[in-house]
Design a protein around this ligand. Structure first.
Ligand code: PMP
Length: 269
């Protein structure tokens, strides 16, 4: 019934192992998401963290996506949490041959669920029917992904990534109103600040989005993925600002190049 919470965590290829990016932040968000069920996680943060590391290490994927999924069991017909038992499943996917490339998006006819309906800063499985339907609609129309609007008709986010636009070398991204505030988005905001790149958080309407020179998605899986076009509006997918963001992000995910050692957890096989 959608009563689950999950994370998407990325590990990057390093010599003789993998390097998990912002593991602590993902685990903290998982626990925050689980808290909406009014049930406490029967494992500590340290235990869940170690389990994610163990799964990544056991499967020896040097480039990996790890998905811990907490869910309430279906022991009862009722939709309350009291009689449902907590479960945790952790799976990993080999991303060795996965590379993101520029994508074409359409503005979805389906709006993002309202922040008045549920706490959207949590990563709850049930919310993803909204993303699934918008993505399906976009794929049927020949686009790789969809951009969803909020209940005020401002841009919210793509179906499973945050979005940013570039106007005259200023990057802007929607406010936290109707989005999952992503860890990649927070990473980029911090990296931009540290590197004197103007990055603003504000409401963005469709017209403003279409007037941008460039746009990109931000997410653990999508990393920094440039947009090629929004409906029929073309963007510069090789805009220097995007190239700079990709470089800063790529440097931050590995111990040898990161300016933030606290973000990386190296696992040697
Ligand atoms: N929004 C949604 C709806 C998502 O599913 C994701 C992917 N987790 C993001 C944004 C990006 O979040 P993050 O950078 O933490 O992966």
């Amino acid at each position: 019934m959608g009563t689950g919470a999950f994370e998407g965590i990325r590990g990057y290829n390093i010599p003789k192992g993998t390097c998990i990016f912002r593991l602590d932040d993902h685990i903290k968000r998982l626990f925050a998401s689980v808290s909406v069920f009014g049930k406490s996680m029967p494992w500590s943060m340290e235990e869940v963290k170690q389990a994610v590391i163990d799964v990544a290490a056991a499967n020896r994927c040097s480039s990996v996506y790890v998905r811990p999924l907490f869910y309430l069991g279906g022991e009862t017909l009722h939709i309350n949490a009291a009689e449902s038992s907590p479960h945790l499943l952790i799976v990993s996917y080999d991303l060795t041959n996965h590379y993101n490339k520029p994508e074409r998006l359409c503005v979805s006819k389906l709006h993002r669920i309202s922040p008045q309906a549920a706490p959207l800063d949590k990563k709850i499985t049930g919310y993803y029917i909204n993303s699934f339907l918008a993505l399906h609609e976009a794929n049927l129309a020949g686009f790789e992904d969809a951009l969803m609007l909020d209940d005020k008709d401002n841009i919210a986010e793509a179906t499973h990534a945050n979005i940013a636009f570039v106007h005259q070398d200023v990057i802007s991204t929607p406010t936290q109103y109707s989005i999952l505030p992503g860890i990649t988005r927070a990473t980029l905001i911090q990296l931009a600040q540290e590197n004197n790149i103007p990055f603003v958080v504000r409401d963005i309407d469709v017209e403003t989005a279409r007037s941008a020179e460039a746009a990109f998605m931000m997410g653990t899986m999508k990393e920094i993925t440039p947009l090629q076009q929004l409906d029929t509006t073309p963007y510069d997918s090789a805009h220097p600002m995007i190239i700079k963001c990709i470089r800063l992000y790529n440097e931050s995910v590995r111990p040898s190049t990161t300016t933030h050692p606290e973000w990386v957890t190296a696992i040697h096989f």
